[in-house]
Ligand binder design. Structure first.
Ligand code: F6P
Length: 357
């Protein structure tokens, strides 16, 4: 077989472990060819194509390397016409990808990506290209998958940051606000906050009130604890308000800035010395934790198994500690928020963490 392989969307720690597993299994063990495609679908849209045949040597020593050796982009949607929104139509760029796929003689493509990339792969599979998806994102928000590659490492990074903020917060009797990633899903904030004893955790799924947060801070003061650590997901918002956005230096409008909003308001309300930390892309970079390296290997092997049995048009998911595969149609254009009955939410509130409500 000739298997195309790409990484799309924002990078995350653990992508190289998936690539390594696919090449070692498909090529090293079974003698099939893996064609690495650079920068997601962009490598197939350009002429000449940006592709390379992957050898065992290419994947040697990459297991614990951050990022992706294939490169990635979150700005190369072939179904997006310049200046417009993504379309359901078959665009000229989508035709270029289809032409390259056929010309290279690919039997299928394994696409490692988050919801956006998997949505694109689904459109290609509807055009007749054989697609297999592997979920990755630090946000852990892919529908139907219990856990995505990259999430655990991001939680580790954020947990470490919270622990560091705890000690300096305590020394200075300060409120420390930490803004973490996660867009519209609060998994990183919830898990890292729980792991490192944050006193307040604010999630996009639970609009917060300043009354609830102030109550918690006061309760701690009454107990003689004059400092608090607040973790806020970038997509969190006050009840009745909109999420906070900021414009990047390149002019893109991104979620972000809510940490400043929360800190300013709490300072006004309490007069307590307050500091803000925005963790940003540190959560996405660097060495994947052991769990992500193992998870990446499981995802890679399962995807090759699907390719070998020509079971295309599916996304590999880990559910209840088992590797499974589900049709693109059930995951496309959906994402997984923190459920209101989530056991982590319940446990956090049970031990007195304030979720802003
Ligand atoms: O989806 C992953 C993610 O890291 C989000 O948590 C974050 O909002 C976004 O990507 C940042 O994207 P960019 O790298 O384009 O700034």
């Amino acid at each position: 077989m000739k298997i195309g392989l790409s990484t799309g969307g924002g990078d995350c720690p653990g992508l190289n472990s998936v690539i390594r597993a696919i090449v070692r299994y498909a090529t090293g063990k079974l003698g099939h060819e893996v064609i690495g495609i650079e920068d997601s679908f962009t490598g197939l849209m350009e002429r000449p194509y940006r592709v390379r045949s992957m050898s065992l040597k290419d994947v040697s020593g990459i297991l614990n390397r951050g990022g992706t050796i294939l490169g990635t982009t979150n700005a190369g949607n072939p179904f997006k016409v310049a200046g417009g929104a993504p379309t359901k139509e078959v665009t000229a760029k989508a035709r270029l990808v289809q032409e390259a796929y056929q010309d290279l003689g690919l039997d299928c493509m394994i696409v490692i990506g988050g919801d956006g990339t998997q949505g694109i792969a689904y459109q290609f599979s509807q055009m007749g290209l054989n697609m297999i998806g592997i979920p990755k994102t630090i946000d852990n928000d892919l529908a139907e998958a219990d856990i995505t590659v990259g999430f655990e490492t991001a939680v580790e990074v954020a947990s470490d940051a919270i622990l560091r903020l705890q000690s300096t917060a305590e020394s200075h009797d300060r409120i420390m606000v930490l803004e973490v990633m996660g867009r519209h899903a609060g998994h990183i904030a919830l898990h890292s906050g729980m792991a490192s004893g944050a006193h307040v955790i604010l999630l996009p799924e639970i609009p917060f009130t300043y009354e609830a947060i102030s109550r918690k801070l006061e309760e701690r003061r009454q107990l003689g604890m004059n400092y608090s650590v607040i973790v806020v997901a970038e997509g969190a918002m006050e009840k009745g308000a909109e999420p906070t956005f900021q414009t990047s230096v390149s002019g893109r409008r991104n979620l972000g800035g809510v940490g400043h909003v929360v800190a300013e308001r709490l300072f006004q309300l309490t007069g307590n010395d307050t500091r803000i930390t925005v963790l940003g892309h540190i959560q996405r970079g660097g060495q994947p934790c052991p769990f992500d390296r193992v998870l990446g290997t499981l995802y890679g092997v399962k995807a090759v198994d699907l390719a070998l049995s020509r079971d295309f048009g599916k996304v590999v998911v880990m559910r209840q500690h088992r590797m499974d595969a589900i049709p693109y149609s059930t995951v496309a254009n959906r994402f997984r928020e923190v459920d209101k009955n989530d056991m982590y939410l319940r446990a956090a509130e049970a031990i007195g963490v304030c979720l802003g409500r």
